[in-house]
Design a protein around this ligand. Sequence first.
Ligand code: NDP
Length: 247
Amino acid sequence: MSSEIKGKVIVITGASSGLGEAAARLLSAKGARIVLGARRAERIESLAKELIAQGGEAIAVTTDVVSREEMDALVNAAVTKFGRIDVLINNAGLMPNSPLEMLKVEDWDRMIDVNLRGVLYGIASVLPHMKAQKSGHIINVSSVSGHKVSPGTAVYAATKHGVRIISEGLRQEVKPYNIRTTIVSPGAVATELPDSITEADIAASVKEIYKTAIPAESFARVVAFAIEQPEEVDINEILFRPTAQEY
Ligand code: NDP
């Protein structure tokens, strides 16, 4: 695997908006072959068309990361179309925060399913290919909430702490296969993420924090930095925030 982004086959989950979409745009501009996964088919299909119109190579595969079969189909589509998979960006996630006492158990389940189970399914889908290739790069998206917790964020923070633990365990295990692992933990980035919050107080405090949110291209540049390192350099973790963010 070369250190160049050009030509790499990069699968991105949650590519229909926010961080995933921004990463797709920048990595495509740098010459990567992009495989877009998300549930909103029309969004990823029009993004794929746009990337192709700009001279890139891209396909869109409608994917719910909570389905093991659909996650496998996303990765298999990459291998069928482009012959290999170099990078998985395990990015799909949601953040419907609320205090535990409100018992929004369905939201807890969705966060565990998408933020944790979805990340594990992504790993399960790419590992056999990357082991066989003896190369690959798995980038898992955590959060500042993967480093700390505050009232209303317990379940989200638990899933994002979990992502970091899974990534570090994975890092140690995949040494024999020449696979790199990167945890990216963003602070407030302007995306649709806060839209999933239904609890008014939490929505108001998140809105306050997101007043200083930075553009999604910040994430795209971080991911590109990790990917374009020489093959023997493994960027294991990056935490970044808006300069103005205290939390
Ligand atoms: P968005 O809400 O803009 O994007 C979330 C993406 O996840 C969408 O593309 C959505 O696509 C996808 N998604 C959600 N559920 C599923 C599912 N079941 N299967 C497949 N895709 C799914 O938010 P962000 O871009 O901000 O979020 C991306 C990641 O970044 C998340 O993991 C989030 O936790 C993390 N993060 C974001 C921060 C921020 O400030 N923005 C800060 C720290 C971390 P669709 O609905 O089409 O399926």
